[in-house]
Design a protein around this ligand. Structure first.
Ligand SMILES: [Zn+2]
Ligand SMILES: [Zn+2]
Length: 359
């Protein structure tokens, strides 16, 4: 710890953070420095992504209580811990704090915990200079992986978890609806699995272009292309082996059911934006084609399967390149601009990221 900072922290015990004080009332303000418990470490947050879910959290839906520091996609440096070997280490953080008492927790299925806490929604998150986090939630960053890449661990782990649910085989045709960070990361895993076709469906030309720039070839803009026809042509009428609903909309789910071939899989991954309804015709597709609908939620973080460790390994080996998805980087104090881009869609974006260089 730098000497100046130490004195400052001892005197003021304050830090800067983005705190949600009510719906639509996000402020960059001075807040008390978190005090860590013995099972926690103090992390100097180095990077924190803005999740799509942060937009309704800030502007329309709010969160469980106010004020709350938001931010759940983050990585940083351990600056205080009981275990001295951790100090100075970089770590990403699984944002869900399981109760470790319910039946799901006993199975290590923390995403299904009946009574969990969550950094950045149920309790204070990481759009701040520092955060106290459970030691058990740390995943150490391997050499060569940046803090910004590590802050992408959450969407990357969510995408890997969904990919694992999809059972993609070599030579499969996979269609992904939605080209946000999770959709694009999902597409990266599919590409790695030697699928025959990875089709990305965007809802605008701008978004389609961004996906093409990342090297994806089969990218269609659903506002101008008939997706069902496109997939049918591509597969010689057979339909896709797997379709992924990554937008949370009825339209996309309807298209997923129509684009998937006999005995195919449909993965529901997008958070629904409202009620999801289906036409009778689309519903029949589930029956007639004997489709398998697969839900996916969050990520695994247990000894049996740890999507987070696998994701960091993949980043280290350059299997995925999450930094390519980062279109905007801001300091915390420029939060208004950062949130405006995502909320009002004032310019094209994929992942908006905050970095904190000062301590
Ligand atoms: Zn998120
Ligand atoms: Zn539990």
């Amino acid at each position: 710890m730098k000497k100046g900072r130490e004195t400052e922290m001892a005197q003021g015990e304050m830090m800067q953070a983005l705190r949600l004080n009510g719906i639509g009332d996000l402020r960059y303000e001075s807040v008390p420095l978190p005090k860590r418990q013995s099972d926690e470490v103090l992390l100097w947050v180095r990077a924190c992504g803005v999740c799509g879910s942060d937009i309704p959290r800030v502007f329309t839906k709010g969160t469980y209580h106010f004020p709350t520091i938001i931010g759940h996609e983050f990585a940083g440096e351990v600056i205080d811990a009981d275990d001295l070997s951790l100090i100075g280490k970089g770590a990403a953080v699984f944002p869900l704090i399981p109760c470790r008492e319910c039946s799901a927790c006993n199975e290590g299925q923390y995403a299904q915990c009946a009574n969990y806490d969550y950094y950045g929604s149920r309790c204070d998150g990481a759009m701040s200079q520092y955060i106290a986090v459970k030691k058990e939630n740390l995943v150490l960053i391997p050499e060569g992986v940046s803090y910004m890449a590590a802050a992408m661990c959450e969407p990357a782990a969510v995408s890997l978890h969904a990919f694992r649910k999809a059972d993609v085989y070599e030579n499969d045709t996979v269609v992904i609806f939605g080209v946000g960070p999770i959709g694009l990361l999902f597409a990266s895993w599919v590409r790695e699995a030697d699928a025959k076709h990875v089709v990305l469906v965007a809802r605008s030309e701008e978004r389609a272009d961004f996906a093409r720039k990342l090297g994806f070839i089969d990218v269609v803009d659903s506002s101008v292309t008939d997706v069902e026809e496109y997939v049918s042509k591509l597969t010689g009428g057979a339909g896709a082996d797997v379709c992924v609903e990554g937008t949370g909309s009825s339209d996309a789910l309807e298209l997923c059911l129509k684009c998937t071939g006999n005995f195919g899989r449909v993965v529901t991954m997008g958070n629904p934006v409202g009620d999801i309804t289906l036409s009778q015709d689309a519903y029949w597709k589930i029956l007639r084609k004997e489709l398998k609908l697969v839900g996916t939620w969050n990520s695994s973080f247990s000894e049996k399967q740890n999507d987070w460790e696998d994701v960091l390994e993949a980043m280290k080996d350059r299997v995925i390149d999450p930094e390519a998805l980062i279109t905007h980087v801001f300091g915390l104090k420029d939060y208004e601009k950062a949130f405006q881009i995502m909320h009002e869609k004032t310019e094209p974006y994929c992942k908006v990221m905050f970095t904190m260089d000062e301590r």
